[in-house]
Design a protein around this ligand. Structure first.
Ligand SMILES: N[C@@H](CCC(=O)N[C@@H](CS)C(=O)NCC(=O)O)C(=O)O
Length: 374
């Protein structure tokens, strides 16, 4: 009975993927992978299915390889920046390291792959990267026809605009004020679609210039080739801090973003063991933060009771059942840090703070929340 149900589900999944691929959106489309584990699982019993899925998982591939191939931007200020010595720093880069610490026991076992926005989903589909931590917004099309799955949102962002004060823009400017403006952004993003729609709805006629990289966007903006740049608000803040010339004053508006941009880990669809490893790495950083357990004091909490003890590898630990070492999340906190450690060290320096934002913890009125570790 069960095997018939799974056969039906596998058939349904395969049809779903094909149908979705036909309707995929050209700008972001990468050929959707087929649901191989589900198809194989259709021939087996329930117990065997779990094993088949685990064996076919990227989790095993990454553990056998000994390094995590993590797709980042490499030029997203404070999120992933390739430094002169080749190292990559930032909030997203640290989440790549956290996953490597959980899966491989070594936060440094990461091969960072710099990808433009338009390259990123293809890199997942072809297996060039195991995971994207690349300012990537969770959207319906990416989650379906583009063939991705999404983990917990690590940064709640929203799209804003940036312009020169000398051109008459201020913090209270709106999209309607863009009428006649040249707007620069990077291609293969939610950004270009959001601004086109928002301008249409506000009755503003804009000229939209698309570039492959943000560096080109800002070179053009600084040289006066565009009146406006637009992208995720966090990126505008970072670029203003780093690149605003002494003779220009840039302003970010509107105060309420024109879109929701939930950013987080993105990986190929239908690989539950891999998804669980990544998702629980993020959740572990959040739960430890809720307890005030961080990189500096984690050693004092090994052996604690209940949820903290389980997450750090003690009695009742649930990590080995997921294909990870019992101390996987201890390694994450010890080698990389909890959510606040990662957020504050990377984002406070550019002026982004959790307090009062959507990225505060749920107990402080924000949206950062994790399910229970039990
Ligand atoms: N979150 C949006 C935008 C992502 C995006 O490409 N953002 C820019 C601004 S942070 C970026 O990553 N630029 C860095 C680069 O050009 O490599 C999306 O997922 O489409």
């Amino acid at each position: 009975m069960k095997s018939k149900l799974f056969k039906f589900l596998a058939l349904f999944l395969t049809i779903g993927v094909v149908a979705a691929a036909c309707g995929s959106d050209s700008e972001e489309a990468a050929p959707a992978t087929t649901a191989a584990p589900a198809t194989t699982a259709a021939e087996t019993t329930t117990t065997a299915q779990v094993e088949v899925v685990a064996e076919g998982s990227l989790l095993d591939v990454v553990q056998a390889r000994g390094t995590l191939n993590c797709g980042v931007s490499g030029s997203a200020v404070a999120f992933s920046e390739t430094q002169a010595d080749g190292s990559v720093t930032g909030f997203d880069a640290d989440y790549c390291r956290a996953v490597a610490a959980a899966v491989l026991g070594d936060a440094n076992a990461v091969n960072f792959v710099a990808l433009t926005a338009s390259e990123r989903f293809t890199a997942v589909q072809t297996g060039d990267v195991d995971l994207l931590m690349r300012n990537t917004t969770w959207t319906q099309s990416r989650d379906s026809s583009v063939g991705m799955d999404f983990g917990p949102t690590t940064y709640y962002d929203g799209q804003q605009l940036m312009a020169r004060v000398s051109d008459g823009f201020s913090g209270s400017s709106t999209v309607a004020d863009l009428d006649g403006a040249v707007v620069c952004t990077n291609v293969g993003t939610t950004t270009e679609k959001n601004i086109a729609e928002a301008a249409l709805l506000a009755g503003a006629e804009i000229t939209l210039l698309g570039f492959e990289t943000s560096d080109e966007v800002y070179e053009t903006f600084i040289a006066g080739g565009c009146d406006i740049t637009t992208t995720d608000g966090s990126a505008l803040v970072g670029r203003k801090v780093k690149q605003q010339p002494a003779d220009q004053e840039w302003v970010i508006f509107p105060a309420t973003p024109i879109s929701k941009e939930p950013l987080g880990p993105t990986y190929g669809q239908n690989d539950s063991a891999w998804a669980d490893a990544i998702n629980w790495t993020v959740y572990a950083t959040i739960i430890m933060d809720e307890y005030g357990i961080n990189q500096a004091n984690v050693d004092a909490h090994v052996g604690d009771e209940a949820e903290v003890g389980r997450l750090l590898g003690g009695d009742g630990e649930l990590q080995t059942g997921m294909g990870l070492a019992a101390d996987a999340f201890y390694q994450v906190i010890k080698q990389v840090g909890n959510y606040s450690d990662i957020y504050n060290s990377n984002l406070n320096p550019v002026g982004l703070y959790r307090d009062g934002s959507a990225n505060a913890g749920w107990l402080d009125g924000g949206l950062i929340y994790a399910p229970p570790a039990r």
